[in-house]
Design a protein around this ligand. Structure first.
Ligand SMILES: NC(=O)C1=CN([C@@H]2O[C@H](COP(=O)(O)OP(=O)(O)OC[C@H]3O[C@@H](n4cnc5c(N)ncnc54)[C@H](O)[C@@H]3O)[C@@H](O)[C@H]2O)C=CC1
Ligand code: BAL
Length: 503
């Protein structure tokens, strides 16, 4: 029998034992990797200690999973399965996730360090919403008829790709999975997905619910493993027609290269960011400081949309700094055990990420920026970092140019609208932006001028399942969410029907 583990959690918001299969989920069954007994330790970032171990797959396991997915696509899914049935299954899956929401939130808290109440109210609520939303689309995938001549009927069909690969990151293990699985299944594709090797636990539970919901075997397959083995095998596979990836720009490039080297599979990428938060003198300051803090520090700064360059107009700078500092100091006081109801700031996901962020903090200090708040680890165990604010930042500093992916804000002062637009756009990234001004004409003018795939006016990070999300510039290719996501999981066929043309 393939391996499994029992995760015991005894905390105020969650008490219980969660049984997880720790093998690979292929063709509707839990199996061991074909030729490796190697396991990977799954770490609790709050303590640095091992929670359990999961199996490590290889390219051979990816091959088996793709075969199962191809067979399912031909026999029981894709064009063989009515959209209404796909929608019903997705809706049932969402219901099951909702039934087990506490278990999922507990696994996200334990394995990813998210505060339990936030994992439940935001991450998992989002997962359920996204899967339901795409369940609703499944029987509404439509083409068009196109006027040509009386003697011809021309129309389009939006057909699935067949087998798609999905490579999931660790910052939102379940939410990023839902963003990808929802539209892929709604449009009739079969999936081979790889969770992050750092945060696989919630995905293991998810796979069990796929079976319980009644999806035909092979429609959803999970292969745990490292990026350089399983991730690369997915990217290079000749029978995978599309890959969706969220993660670093470095790996995004590798996936594109793998596609170019192999079968020219379609690649959608959701990559890094260095998003600007722009605060004008005429903002609603009380609201703005709260949104700016959320934009920067939610999920411990481990968000691709993190508003990590905060541009403040000079007239409001002192008042902004006073209130913003107070809010971030409060967040610092709410740092700690993800299972405590008062915690709002947990650990970074791993020792590697912790070290990387501390390296950026050192670089900020060395380059002449001032640590206005934080700037050090929190506590003595686990991977906690204090919410940090740097002032006296200049555009050439690494902390201003590079994605830190941690709780580290760089504050920059500006004078004019023209100046801030130019400075905000001076980055290779273009994922998101936040603009704060009570002058709506100005706010919209700036939102339109910033080179980013999303712009939030007087708010931050309020993504919606129905509104497209993705990057300009080096922040990505393609869009997730809404009808735009359906387009990235279907290929359009033009059908020409002769109604009387003679030759
Ligand atoms: N856009 C986002 O939401 C995310 C951005 N990042 C950025 O990336 C930085 C580094 O984090 P990492 O964990 O190293 O990210 P990563 O890009 O290496 O990891 C993301 C996923 O890609 C997989 N992967 C790694 N190498 C691969 C390869 N050669 N082929 C296919 N898949 C591969 C990983 O196993 C994981 O599932 C972070 O500091 C952050 O700046 C990381 C995670 C999410
Ligand atoms: N990667 C999409 C969600 C986020 O990181 O903000």
């Amino acid at each position: 029998m393939p391996s499994h583990c029992v995760v015991d959690i005894d905390t105020a918001p969650f008490k219980g034992s969660i049984k997880l299969n720790t093998g690979l989920f292929i063709d509707g069954q839990w199996v061991d990797p074909v030729d490796s007994k190697e396991m990977i330790d799954v770490i609790n970032p709050s303590t640095g200690k091992t929670i359990s171990q999961v199996s490590l797959g290889s390219s051979k396991d990816v091959n088996i999973a793709v075969k199962a997915a191809k067979m399912a696509y031909k026999t029981s899914w894709g064009l063989k399965c009515p959209g209404a049935t796909r929608g019903r299954l997705l809706t049932r899956l969402a219901d099951l996730i909702e039934r087990d929401i506490d278990e999922f939130a507990a696994l996200e808290a334990l394995n990813a360090g998210k505060p339990f109440h936030i994992a439940k109210a935001q991450d998992m609520a989002g997962v359920i919403q996204w899967i339901r939303y795409f369940g609703g689309w499944a029987d509404k995938i439509q083409g068009n008829t196109i006027e040509t001549s009386e003697q011809k009927l021309a129309y389009t069909r939006h057909e699935p790709y067949g087998v798609v690969g999905q490579i999931i990151p660790w910052n939102f293990p379940m939410l990023m999975l839902a963003w990808k699985v929802g539209p892929a299944l709604a449009t009739g594709n079969c999936i081979v997905f790889k969770p992050s090797e750092m945060t696989p636990l919630s995905a293991l539970k998810f796979a069990d619910l796929v079976n319980e919901a009644g999806f035909p075997p092979g429609v959803v397959n999970l292969v745990n493993g490292y990026g350089t083995t399983v991730g690369q095998a997915i990217s290079e596979h000749m029978d995978i027609a599309k890959v969706a990836f969220t993660g670093s720009t470095l790996v995004g490039r590798k996936i594109l290269e793998a596609s170019a080297r192999t079968n020219l599979k379609v690649v959608t990428l959701e990559l890094g960011g260095k998003s600007p938060t722009i605060i004008f003198d005429d903002c609603n300051l009380e609201q703005t400081v709260k949104w700016a803090s959320l934009a920067m520090y939610s999920n411990m700064g481990q968000a691709c949309v993190a508003g990590s360059r905060i541009f403040v107009q000079e007239g409001i700078y002192p008042q902004f700094m006073e209130k913003f500092t107070a809010i971030v100091r409060d967040l610092g006081r709410a740092t700690g055990d993800p299972f405590s109801s008062t915690t709002r700031h947990g650990p970074q996901v791993s020792k590697v990420q912790f070290d990387r962020i501390m390296g950026y903090i050192e670089s900020g200090k060395e380059s002449g920026a001032t640590v206005h708040l934080g700037g050090a680890r929190h506590g003595t165990e686990g991977f906690f970092i204090q919410p940090t604010i740097f002032t006296d930042c200049t555009p050439d500093m690494k902390i201003v140019k590079e994605e830190i992916f941690g709780p580290v804000a760089a504050i920059l002062k500006f004078k004019t609208e023209e100046e801030v637009i130019e400075a905000a756009n001076a980055t290779v990234y273009g994922l998101s932006s936040c603009i704060f001004s009570e002058n709506i004409s100005r706010a919209l003018r700036v939102a339109h001028a910033i080179e980013s795939g999303s712009a939030f006016v007087n708010s931050a990070q309020t993504v919606e399942s129905s509104v497209p999300f993705g990057g300009f510039k080096q922040s990505g290719i393609g869009r997730e969410h809404g009808e735009y996501a359906l387009a990235t999981y279907t290929q359009v066929k033009g059908v020409h029907v002769n109604l009387g043309m003679m030759i």
